[in-house]
Design a protein around this ligand. Structure first.
Ligand SMILES: *Cc1c(COP(=O)(O)O)cnc(C)c1O
Length: 393
């Protein structure tokens, strides 16, 4: 069967050149970087080369780069680390209502430990207002954490503007850049961030490795105690092969970024326009222009995202919906609800995220398959027949 992967916001395949760069570090270059003999020095050198590459790409100093176990760990470390290290100055944190669960649930955890968290609202496109950030800052605010781009609807937040406000007020500023690292240019000075999270598996690197950028002078309590690795900021023998893979993947992403994004935007717009044309009563979600190059998010009225997913899977297409049915109960996405979408519309959301290996033929195949699926599901939907009989009456 023809298979099309359209869930690049969830994860990406490891690029062949990345795998190739990693392989020696599983076998002949297996040394523990903390040891002093040849094997250790070789592994240590590979990590420091990777650190320099990553630092240069995001405009940081190598000492400001900490390798972690992925995006979730970087978010946890930034938020808990900054909160616990600075609680004597205050216990107030500002975030947004559309963050990834790695940020959202970490903020909830802080609340259970006596911190106060402000969850800023967003507009109907999913944008956080810098003015609202400024208004929410109090004398006891120690951290602001707002994502660079949203993983569900693709909206790119005004990070540099928020960074300017945070710096003026002397408040630490963290951004979850897991969706933008490798996808958009990132410069930590232009964004005016003190802390920034990335994850390799979102940019054609391996799973389970990430970066936390920590601006010099930023006080953080470590999350993992033990050995003195990563300048005592993250204990544990380094994941050498994956760190090498992360740096290689980020380097590759950086090299072809402009041309790749032009291509992705063309594919994305072909897909969005095609869906609007072929499926009546469909709504585009997220900001129309300030959005990730590969992100398409739509709500198809009167049907459920999950049913569309299952039908698409049956046709070989892998996509994502806005509902998380992990606990058995279908909860619509907190992101779409925060954007003011009614429950029933949020339930009908579908996320299609394009990547490097997708083609125009892939897009045309979805445009061929999805309208039929929607028609079939609507024919069975009581909400659809209700709405349409009312309209006729
Ligand atoms: C995927 C993702 C994460 C989590 O990263 P992992 O490496 O999977 O732990 C955090 N934030 C955003 C915005 C993401 O898209």
């Amino acid at each position: 069967m023809k298979r099309i992967y359209l869930d690049h916001a969830a994860t990406t395949p490891v690029a062949p050149a990345v795998l190739e760069a990693m392989l020696p570090y599983f076998t002949e270059k297996f040394g523990n970087p903390s040891t002093l003999y040849f094997y250790g020095r070789e592994a240590k050198q590979a990590i420091e080369d990777a650190r320099e590459k990553v630092a240069a790409i995001i405009g940081a100093r190598p000492q400001e780069i900490i390798f972690t176990g992925g995006g979730s760990e970087s978010d946890n470390y930034a938020i808990k680390g900054a909160a616990f290290a600075n609680e004597a100055r205050g216990k107030h944190v500002i975030t947004s209502a559309v963050e990834h669960h790695a940020v959202f649930d970490t903020c909830k955890f802080l609340e259970s430990r006596g911190f106060e968290v402000t969850y800023l609202p967003v507009d109907e496109d999913g944008l956080v207002s810098p003015d609202e950030v400024a208004k929410a800052i109090r004398p006891d605010t120690i951290l602001i954490t707002i994502m660079h781009a949203n993983n569900e609807v693709g909206t790119i937040e005004p990070i540099a503007e928020i960074g300017r406000i945070a710096r003026e007020k002397g408040v630490y500023f963290h951004t979850d850049a897991v969706q933008t690292a490798g996808a958009l240019p990132i410069n930590v000075d232009e964004l005016k961030v003190d802390l920034l999270s990335m994850s390799a598996h979102k940019f054609y690197g391996p799973k389970g490795v990430g970066v936390l950028y920590v601006r010099r002078g930023t006080k953080l309590t470590p999350l993992i105690h033990g050995g003195g690795q990563e300048r005592k900021r993250r204990a544990g023998t380094e994941n050498v092969a994956e760190i090498v893979g992360l740096a290689k993947a980020l380097e590759l992403a950086q090299e072809g970024m402009t041309a790749r994004n032009e291509r992705l935007i063309r594919l994305r717009d072909r897909l969005m326009n095609g869906l609007l044309e072929k499926i009546p009563e469909l709504k585009l979600n997220g900001h129309p222009t300030r959005r990730l190059p590969g992100n398409v998010n739509v709500s198809v009225l009167y049907i459920e995202g999950e049913s569309m997913l299952l039908n698409l899977d049956f046709k070989g297409i892998a996509a994502s919906s806005g509902s998380a049915c992990t606990s058995g109960s279908l909860e619509p996405s907190h992101v779409l609800l925060a954007m003011g979408m009614p429950h029933e519309v949020a339930h009908g959301s579908l996320r299609l995220t394009l990547g490097n290996e997708n083609t125009e033929e892939d897009v045309d195949y979805i445009l061929e398959v999805l309208p039929g699926i929607v028609e079939k599901l609507r024919a069975m939907s009581p909400f659809y027949s209700q709405a349409h009989s009312q309209a006729r009456a």
